[in-house]
Design a protein around this ligand. Structure first.
Ligand SMILES: [Zn+2]
Length: 105
C-alpha cells in the first residue's frame, strides 16, 4: 500500500542571494574589515574612522575583484579598506602632472 501523500517541498525556492551591498552578512563583513584594517590599500595612508560617510577621506569597503567582474562581495579575502576618494577614483586617475611644456626656440 502506498500512501505517498507527503507534500513535496520546493527546496529551491530560496530567495536568490542578491549580490548587492545590503543585507546583514555584508554589514558584518564591513564591520570586521573596518575593525581590522584602517589603512587604505590604494594609497597606503591611514583612514580616519570619525569622518562622515561621504567625506573624501572617510572609510569605505573596497573589493580587489570588482563585483562586476565576478568578485564576491561577502568574501573577506576580497575586501579591502580604502578611502572614499581612492575607492571611487580608482578607475580615473587624477591628472596631477602638468604636461611638460615643450620649449621651442
Ligand atoms: Zn587612500
Amino acid at each position: 500500500m502506498q500512501n505517498a501523500d507527503i507534500p513535496q517541498c520546493d527546496g529551491g525556492l530560496d530567495v536568490a542571494r542578491s549580490k548587492g551591498r545590503s543585507g546583514r552578512p555584508y554589514r558584518r563583513l564591513r564591520d570586521q574589515v573596518r575593525a581590522a584594517s584602517r589603512v587604505c590599500w590604494i594609497c597606503g595612508h591611514a583612514i580616519d574612522l570619525t569622518l562622515p560617510p561621504r567625506h573624501p577621506l572617510s572609510w569605505t569597503l573596497d573589493h580587489l575583484v570588482p563585483l562586476s567582474k565576478g568578485g564576491d562581495p561577502l568574501d573577506p579575502s576580497n575586501a579591502r579598506a580604502a578611502h572614499y576618494r581612492c575607492n571611487s577614483g580608482r578607475g580615473n586617475r587624477l591628472r596631477a602632472r602638468q604636461p611638460t611644456t615643450s620649449r621651442r626656440w
